[in-house]
Design a protein around this ligand. Structure first.
Ligand SMILES: CC(C)(COP(=O)(O)OP(=O)(O)OC[C@H]1O[C@@H](n2cnc3c(N)ncnc32)[C@H](O)[C@@H]1OP(=O)(O)O)[C@@H](O)C(=O)NCCC(=O)NCCS
Length: 142
């Protein structure tokens, strides 16, 4: 886990809820903040990248153009398959399933089953239980 990319610009950090399982070889970059809700389980080679480099000016070096940070949130009771990558700004709601190898670059609501590069909605686990807005982790129990 890496809470910050540089000592001169401390990151937001990483918050992991109770009973979360993260398998081998994960890289969790917490510069923009990463929150993982309780009881979520994660396969091998998981990575999060909660920061993007600015590249708008082609006349200057990318490494000197700074970064943007929004943060990544994963709801409780999710199953994230092996080799999943979550990019900055993504929120996954409660009870989501993320297929192996997915690169997630947009947010999905509670109980979404998603797959692919970029990740797309396969279906909902239970349409009657799904809400339009993701249920974010509780501060006290995430
Ligand atoms: C997503 C998953 C759970 C299967 O869910 P499912 O609802 O049974 O899905 P299906 O097998 O019926 O496939 C549904 C569709 O999703 C696609 N799909 C399934 N897994 C996919 C993946 N990893 N990437 C891209 N597409 C995938 C299928 O090709 C199918 O597409 P189609 O409708 O166009 O034919 C499973 O494929 C998966 O990725 N499991 C993760 C396993 C893993 O990582 N284990 C180790 C860590 S715990």
């Amino acid at each position: 886990m890496v809470a910050s990319g540089t000592l001169s610009d401390l990151g937001q950090g990483i918050t992991v809820g109770d009973n979360v399982g993260i398998s081998e070889y994960a890289y969790i970059g917490g510069a923009g903040g990463v929150r993982i809700g309780s009881d979520t389980i994660v396969g091998q080679y998981f990575s999060t990248h909660s920061e993007n480099h600015v590249f708008s000016d082609p006349d200057n070096l990318i490494r000197e153009q700074g970064v943007t940070r929004t943060g990544i949130e994963v709801g409780p009771d999710c199953w994230i398959g092996a080799k999943v990558t979550l990019l900055d700004g993504v929120t996954l709601g409660r009870g989501c399933v993320v297929a192996a190898g997915s690169v997630v670059n947009q947010s999905f609501p509670d109980y979404a089953i998603i797959a692919g590069v970029p990740a797309r909605l396969l279906r909902m686990r239970d349409m009657s239980a799904a809400s339009a807005e993701p249920t974010l982790p509780e501060d006290s129990n995430d």
